[in-house]
Design a protein around this ligand. Structure first.
Ligand code: NAP
Length: 251
């Protein structure tokens, strides 16, 4: 089994890479900075590509080079750009990165995976979005809106890829205890509700992939919370979510 993980150089992507290796899969990862892989004990077992998913041709080359050794069974897009936008004070650069990576990058990943898998009559493309992208309300953060767009892109590809036997799975996780999340929250995750470990998240994602689910939202408590919030009128939802943002911001 060959697995390509875009954004597999840290966080949830790296945890998935390790688990698929343990299952005997041939695994490739990509990220923009491979120096952070130097300390990873299993790095020698991975094919590593220094590639920005916003650069379609580079991503295409990496996947083609990995695919020469056999069909590509699974493409997982774990790339993502997020910032501490609870304070609604993200910079232009952060906003641009979110739009580029979470939307253009997602589109590029689908396009490259589709091209690699179409002739195989099998395959699966997975995108790690966010639970925040499942909740629609006018004042949601830019990050949530970009993740919502990624979910919509996935829906469009799912329909288009059915005739080719290629499945599309959307993962919409709540808070996962990754280094990146810690870094942008100054190591304090005490105000992140229903936080789950990376190990737990990786396990849930792999089960969802194996079952070829269309959309998986976890943990369950976050899923139900979003479902309840989703039935509220926008005015009330806006108020609740801005109170939550204030609470998360203030110590
Ligand atoms: N942690 C959470 O609580 C949480 C919750 C919901 C959803 N998510 C989503 O889960 C995904 C992974 O998050 P994480 O916490 O594991 O963060 P992370 O450790 O920063 O992982 C992101 C990965 O994507 C790579 N990447 C970022 N931009 C890229 C680009 N333009 N081209 C290629 N690779 C790129 C990063 O490597 P380089 O920086 O070296 O490129 C890294 O390998 C993201 O999509 C995030 O939005 C996270």
């Amino acid at each position: 089994m060959k697995v390509f993980i875009a954004g597999g150089t840290s966080g949830i992507g790296l945890a998935l890479a390790e688990r698929y290796l343990q299952q005997g899969a041939s695994v490739a990862v990509c990220g923009r900075d491979l120096t952070k892989m130097e300390e990873i004990p299993f790095v020698d077992q991975l094919r590593c590509f220094e590639v920005d998913v916003c650069r379609l041709d580079d991503l295409q080359d990496a996947v083609s080079s990995f695919r020469t050794e056999g069909p590509l069974s699974l493409f997982i897009n774990c790339t993502g750009s997020y910032a501490d936008d609870v304070a609604r004070q993200i910079s232009y650069q952060e906003a641009l990165a979110m739009l580029q990576v979470n939307m253009m990058g997602a589109l590029n990943c689908f396009e490259v995976a589709r091209a690699a898998m179409e002739g195989q009559s099998e395959g699966q493309v997975v995108v790690v979005a966010s639970v925040s992208g499942t909740l629609h309300f006018p004042n949601s953060s830019l990050y949530s809106k970009t993740k919502r767009a990624a979910i919509q892109i996935a829906d469009a590809y799912r329909r288009a890829l059915i005739p080719f036997g290629i499945a599309v799975t959307v993962i919409a996780p709540g808070y996962m205890d990754t280094e990146k999340l810690r870094e942008i929250n100054r190591q304090d995750l005490s105000k992140k509700p229903f936080l789950i470990s990376v190990d737990d998240a990786a396990q849930r994602i792999m089960i969802a992939i194996q079952q070829r689910k269309k959309l998986v939202i976890f943990p369950k408590r976050m899923k139900w919370l979003m479902a309840c919030l989703g039935i509220l009128p926008n005015v009330l939802l806006n108020k609740i979510m801005s109170r939550k943002a204030q609470w998360m911001k203030n110590d």
